[in-house]
Structures are given as structure tokens and as C-alpha cells.
Design a binder for this molecule. Structure first.
Ligand code: NAD
Length: 398
């Protein structure tokens, strides 16, 4: 019987054998990648005695065409009620009231972690020599930083008022022809993000958590993120994790928590990727780092993502690319990003065996150089297949 996923009083997800999971097919190439991903997910789930009762909800262009709103209230309340959902890419309305539908969903449900695992699959074309050394999981803070939307436009009365206030009350001199943005980074926001990253590292037997920040320059936002991270480890994780400076780099079986400055991190994830494992970082750093790392292992066509609130239990897993309208309806693009987001969702639900099966089948498919057009043009001896055929190839290998 189809049932709701719930949260126990101890804060653990309770997942029935047939959970109801809302999904947004997505605009543009959503019509191609969603059916492909769903078929693979359903087949793998069935192999392990699970079944997903998919519940379609609308957002984006499809919602606008049918209901006149980009993000219907019913869609938001369905995600709120059923806790866990998944979505394809959405068209961002140009000149509409909503800045981005994705940002709106994250804010309404307070999905404070953007989870981006980055790993390489054998056979996937990569611009680096040793993509197999890349196996990182990024925890990007999803609600604060320069993404808080606290900005005023140059030349407006608001900008003038703020610049005058900063001058008169703080003694700060800001050029009068400036736009001004505010970057809030809180102890609450930082600690809950880093707590999620350390919990993940401990639960999955990961070696280290690296706090990535720009604290050498932005001391009270990025620097504070780092300090709060170490404070948290000492306060809440002393038995299972330890800060670098408290152990001289020898964690003795515990998870090692260390930190690096954001700019040098972007070099080192390229030159010494095997030294990074779980990464916890502020919003903007995480944005850059997620896509830079994804490029090393095949790009956005294959990079999965999840937006999660580990306290309320809410989570929306999503393709990390856009709607690629040029390719919509052609059964051509790579369903990898959405499919692997589904795999991430299965792992989050505790369906690890089904998730592992999909990864194995995908590896077998890539190993035989069966790929969609985006990888085919970069792979010697490739067999180029359609979106649906790529899904069939994975299903055949499950
Ligand atoms: P995009 O990601 O849609 O496309 C950029 C290019 O990447 C495409 O032309 C295509 O060559 C390639 N690509 C993307 N997905 C692919 C896939 N699955 N397989 C193979 N190749 C793929 O970015 P864009 O063109 O800047 O944006 C188009 C629309 O998507 C806009 O409305 C934008 O706002 C929206 N968007 C949505 C999301 C989201 O919903 N998460 C993210 C980014 C952009």
C-alpha cells in the first residue's frame, strides 16, 4: 500500500516499502530524461522489494501553461507533506516575480544543505589525467551568504539610504555609485551545515571533512564559518571526529576535520584530488566548487544533486543542469544527472542495495562505451544511443 514517508520523534526518516514520492518532470528535456530515469529507478527498486508510488506535481513552464502560475501552492504543499521528492530542470521565468523556482523551493522548505557528490565512472570522458582520484562529497550551505537576496541596486533611494547609514553610523565609506549586497553567515546556519557533513562522513566511513572558506579576507563571515566548524567538532563529535590542530594530522580512526582557503582549494582539487573527501563550505564557494569538480568527471550532464533539511526531513533531489531547450523532445540528451539524483535519493531513503545496483549497471554501460551524444563526441569507439536506449542499456545490466 502506498504510504507517506514520515519523520520519527528521534529525527530519523521512516520509509515504507511503497513510499509516495512527488516528482516534477521538468521543462525542456524533462520530457526525455524523466521517463528514462524513472524506468531505471523502478526496475532497481523492484529488484529489492521496493516500489515508488510516484505522484506528479507541476512547476515551471508546464505549470504556467496549465494553471497560470510558475510554482503552484499545491506543489509546494505536496513537497512539504510528503517530505522527499525529485525534480527535473525548470525554466526560470524571465522578468517574473520569482527569482528562480529552485531557489524558491529551497527557501520555503528551508533545504539548508546542497549535497553534490562528485565521482568518476570508468568510461566517462574527462579532461584530466586521473579522474579516478576524484571522489568527493560537497555539502554546500544553501540559505545564506550572498544568495540571501539582500541587495540594493545602484542609484536607487534604497542604495542611497544604506550607503548614508554605513557612512554615518559605521564610518564606512562606500562609493555613491555602488550597488550594495549583504553577506550574512550565521552560527546557526554554519553549524547545521557542518553537522550534516560530519554526520555523513561518520555514517559512511569517510576519512575527512574539509571546511572550505575565504576566512583570510572575510574574517567575520567565512572565518567565523571555520571557527564554528571546529567548535562544533569539539562540542558534539569529540568521540568520532577531531580537528587537525587537536591531533597534529593524526586522527587515530576518527574523522579528520581540516580547513583550506577557497582559492587554493580550487587548485588542489585539480592537482591533489585524492586529498579531499567530504567538503563543507559556504554558499558561493560551494557553487563554484561543485561545477568545477563536476567538470573533472564528465560535467553537468551527469552530476547529481540534492537539497536537504536533515532536521525536518525534507529533501528534493534534482538534475543539476538546465532545460537545454534546443534538445527538448529529441530523445537525445544524457539522463545521467537526473538518474544519479534518484540514486542519491534512494541512498537517502536507506535503499542502498538498489542504489548500488544502478551504479554498477551504469558503470557496465559506460565500460562498453554505450553513451549519449554529449559523451559520444568525446569518446573513441563509442556507440551513440538515444536517451531512452541508454536507459534500456542500464536496465538490461541491472
Ligand atoms: P542548460 O544546462 O539547460 O544547457 C546548457 C548546455 O548544456 C545545453 O545546451 C547542452 O549542450 C548541455 N546540457 C545540459 N543538460 C544536458 C544533458 N542532460 N545532457 C547533455 N547535455 C546537456 O543551461 P542554460 O541553457 O543556461 O539554461 C536553459 C534554461 O534552464 C534556463 O531557463 C535556465 O534558467 C534553466 N536552468 C534551470 C536549472 C534548474 O532547474 N536546476 C539549472 C540551470 C538552468
Amino acid at each position: 500500500m502506498a504510504e507517506r514517508i514520515t519523520m520519527s520523534s528521534e529525527g530519523a526518516l521512516q520509509v515504507p516499502d511503497e513510499p509516495i514520492v512527488p516528482f516534477i518532470r521538468g521543462d525542456g528535456i524533462g520530457v526525455d530524461i524523466w521517463p528514462a530515469a524513472q524506468r531505471v529507478l523502478d526496475t532497481a527498486a523492484a529488484k529489492h522489494g521496493h516500489r515508488v508510488a510516484w505522484k506528479e506535481v507541476l512547476a515551471g513552464q508546464t505549470a504556467f501553461d496549465e494553471t497560470g502560475t510558475w510554482l503552484p501552492e499545491e506543489t509546494v504543499s505536496t513537497f512539504a507533506d510528503y517530505l522527499i521528492g525529485i525534480k527535473g530542470p525548470l525554466t526560470t521565468p524571465v522578468g517574473g516575480g520569482i527569482r528562480s523556482l529552485n531557489v524558491a523551493l529551497r527557501q520555503v522548505l528551508d533545504l539548508y544543505v546542497c549535497l553534490r557528490p562528485v565521482r568518476w565512472f570508468q568510461g566517462v570522458p574527462s579532461p584530466v589525467r586521473h579522474p579516478e582520484k576524484v571522489d568527493m562529497v560537497i555539502f554546500r550551505e544553501n540559505t545564506e551568504d550572498v544568495y540571501a537576496g539582500l541587495e540594493v541596486q545602484e542609484g536607487t533611494p534604497e542604495a542611497k539610504k544604506l550607503i548614508t547609514f554605513l557612512h554615518d553610523e559605521m564610518g564606512w565609506s562606500v562609493r555613491p555609485d555602488s550597488g550594495v549586497g549583504i553577506k550574512p553567515v550565521s552560527e546557526t546556519g554554519s553549524k547545521r551545515l557542518i553537522r550534516a557533513a560530519v554526520n555523513y562522513a561518520v555514517a559512511r566511513g569517510r576519512r575527512s571533512v574539509t571546511l572550505v572558506h575565504k576566512g583570510n579576507i572575510q574574517k567575520f563571515t567565512e572565518g567565523a564559518f571555520r571557527s564554528w566548524g571546529y567548535e562544533l567538532v569539539r562540542e558534539e563529535f569529540a568521540d568520532v571526529a577531531v580537528a587537525w590542530e587537536d591531533c597534529g594530522g593524526d586522527p587515530g580512526g576518527r574523522v579528520l576535520v581540516q580547513d583550506t582557503i577557497a582559492d587554493i582549494t580550487l587548485q588542489q582539487v585539480l592537482t591533489r584530488p585524492d586529498e579531499f573527501d567530504v567538503i563543507a563550505t559556504t554558499n558561493l564557494n560551494g557553487d563554484y566548487l561543485s561545477d568545477a569538480l563536476a567538470a573533472q568527471v564528465g560535467g553537468i550532464g551527469i552530476a547529481p544533486g540534492g537539497n536537504i533539511n536533515y532536521v525536518s526531513g525534507h529533501g528534493i533531489f534534482e538534475a543539476t543542469h538546465g532545460t537545454a531547450p534546443r534538445y527538448a523532445g529529441q530523445d537525445k540528451v544524457n539522463p545521467g544527472s537526473l538518474l544519479l539524483s534518484g540514486v542519491l535519493m534512494f541512498e537517502h531513503l536507506g535503499w542502498q542495495a538498489a542504489a548500488d545496483d544502478i551504479v554498477r549497471a551504469m558503470e557496465a554501460t559506460f565500460a562498453e562505451r554505450i553513451v549519449t551524444y554529449d559523451f559520444a563526441r568525446l569518446t573513441e569507439g563509442a556507440t551513440e544511443v538515444k536517451t531512452s536506449e541508454f536507459a534500456s542499456a542500464i536496465v538490461d545490466r541491472l
